[in-house]
Design a binder for this molecule. Sequence first.
Ligand code: H2B
Length: 99
Amino acid sequence: MTGTIEPLSEEDRVEALDALDEWDYDEARDAITRTITFADFSEAFAFMTRVALLAEKADHHPEWSNVWNRVEILLTTHDAGGLSHRDVDMAEAIDGLVG
Ligand SMILES: C[C@H](O)[C@H](O)[C@H]1CNC2=NC(N)=NC(=O)C2=N1
């Protein structure tokens, strides 16, 4: 993908976070985070597989970790040096998967 990607303005970030109820703002990273707990490892990993497919399609990849039934996700845009609309789009897509 070519072209520059700009970080969100403070106004846009505040508005986006207001709508993303399940996500927290990580000021140090200029990122958003969400932790999701599933019934077991199998459910957690199935979710991660679905997110991985979305991430490849969008060419936008989460920083994340998994411990058994828990998945911790951090979204930020490396190419923008902080939060961008790509993170907001990915967060919305992830929320759509979790239901
Ligand atoms: C070359 C490729 O488009 C970039 O490296 C993509 C890949 N996935 C990415 N993922 C994230 N989270 N941020 C990026 O800036 C990013 N850039």
